[in-house]
Design a protein around this ligand. Sequence first.
Ligand SMILES: Cc1cc2nc3c(=O)[nH]c(=O)nc-3n(C[C@H](O)[C@H](O)[C@H](O)COP(=O)(O)OP(=O)(O)OC[C@H]3O[C@@H](n4cnc5c(N)ncnc54)[C@H](O)[C@@H]3O)c2cc1C
Length: 477
Amino acid sequence: MSTIIRDPGEVAHWDEEVDVLVVGLGVAGAAAALEASGAGADTLVLERAGGGGGTSAMSGGVIYLGGGTALQKACGFEDSEEEMFKYLMASTGLAPDEKKIRLYCEGSVAHFDWLCDQGVPFKPTYYHGTSGEPPTDDGLVWSGAENAHPFNEIARPAPRGHVPEVEHQGGPLLMERLCAAVDASPARVAANHLCTALYQRSDGHVEGVAATAFGEERRIRARGGVILTTGGFVLNDDMLLKHAPLALRCGMRVAATGDDGSGIRLGVAAGGATIHMDSISISLPITQPWKLKRGILVNRQGQRFINEDTYYGRLGAAALLHNDGQAFLIVDDGVFEKPEYMEEVAGVGETPAELEKALALPAGSLQATLDLYNRHAEQGADPVFNKSPEYLEPLDRPPFGAFDCTTEKALYAVFTLGGLHTDCEGRVLDPEGDPISGLYAAGRSSSGIAVGGYSSGLSLGDGSFFGRRAGRSAIPG
Ligand SMILES: Cc1cc2nc3c(=O)[nH]c(=O)nc-3n(C[C@H](O)[C@H](O)[C@H](O)COP(=O)(O)OP(=O)(O)OC[C@H]3O[C@@H](n4cnc5c(N)ncnc54)[C@H](O)[C@@H]3O)c2cc1C
């Protein structure tokens, strides 16, 4: 048996016994604790940091919801469960979890209302002009690739990014309000408690945890279940090397110190399976302001590889995973605008040939790409990648320039999406697909809805949504 799995039979005295034990107070842990305690369960949250928040409190605060939420309606947008379902099934990866996506779409309107009930404010105004966190306090934004090929032909587009009412970054406010709701609930929070081991009976049931607090070890028993909401593993180099090595090339691995995969490792030691561990969200916000979508993104071969008007998370994935993190955004004088999140100019030239030389691209490659692109753009078409006509115009006005979108120079922001395999109730599953009794997970310590294709807001969205379901399931029967 691993040292992080222990026999509860050896515990002579539990320091504490509760109904539901939540490990980690980010968005998923807060949602689990609120739901469990709200249903009358004696609930304790262990948090290794001095207070709650986790990476959720450092995030943009965008929450992906739809199907006709009160906010969407107030902003004049029509949406339906079915259109949201079609988009998520098509965009979240090669093996989308249909059951989770169905439930998420069905429960999305009510989940938005629940967030409002917890005191999270959303201003009923719409911001057009960026995908993801807006610079204003507007509540609704586009946060995925709904408007771009191929998704605009698969599902009727609607903005689904719901952002708490604060300028620039909604994560701190979201977590301030959710942690305040936890404080006001009967759930208790034990900060500075690092969960280090699980107690698991010989029949497989997880009965409690060991946690270190102020240099001492405490053993806590859960009558119902232990819920792991400890975040992802983007700060664990060994795990990244094993599962998602390209993430190590990303310059921005922003996360709370807890994102070291400890919960995933505890779950695995207890017999849990992991899934989609290679799946990462990679944001490459190079086409903000949106006018820059009129440029073209080329690789080291001088060739385009994606429709530039798509969501910046898809740009990042295409550049890093399929083009070795080597890309340049080519603009001419007509579409040039100062980017919001990018500074480095890789080269300039009076002609495409000069620019090609400055970038050390193969002779003729960029010229051929621009010839083809411009010929069709003149007709308002992009037969190669189907960029929307809204962003098509020939790039033929000198001077020409290239923004450096290589991993060495551009902002690649990454976090992990894979984790413990869970069912819709948050139960951790073993490699055979059977639940491990007493063990639950939610948020980025589990694999959620995005399993290879991301839209902003899905992580806070599914973390809080399935965190609530785990909180309910872990209540002793
Ligand atoms: C810059 C940035 C912006 C982002 N913006 C968005 C956005 O706008 N929308 C979106 O949906 N997603 C966004 N994300 C991703 C999102 O923030 C995270 O994926 C999400 O917050 C994970 O939530 P969580 O509850 O699973 O984990 P966390 O919020 O990280 O919470 C986990 C908690 O568990 C604690 N913990 C860890 N291990 C232990 C242990 N062993 N014992 C006790 N406690 C432990 C941690 O200290 C932490 O408090 C962003 C990420 C980054 C880096």
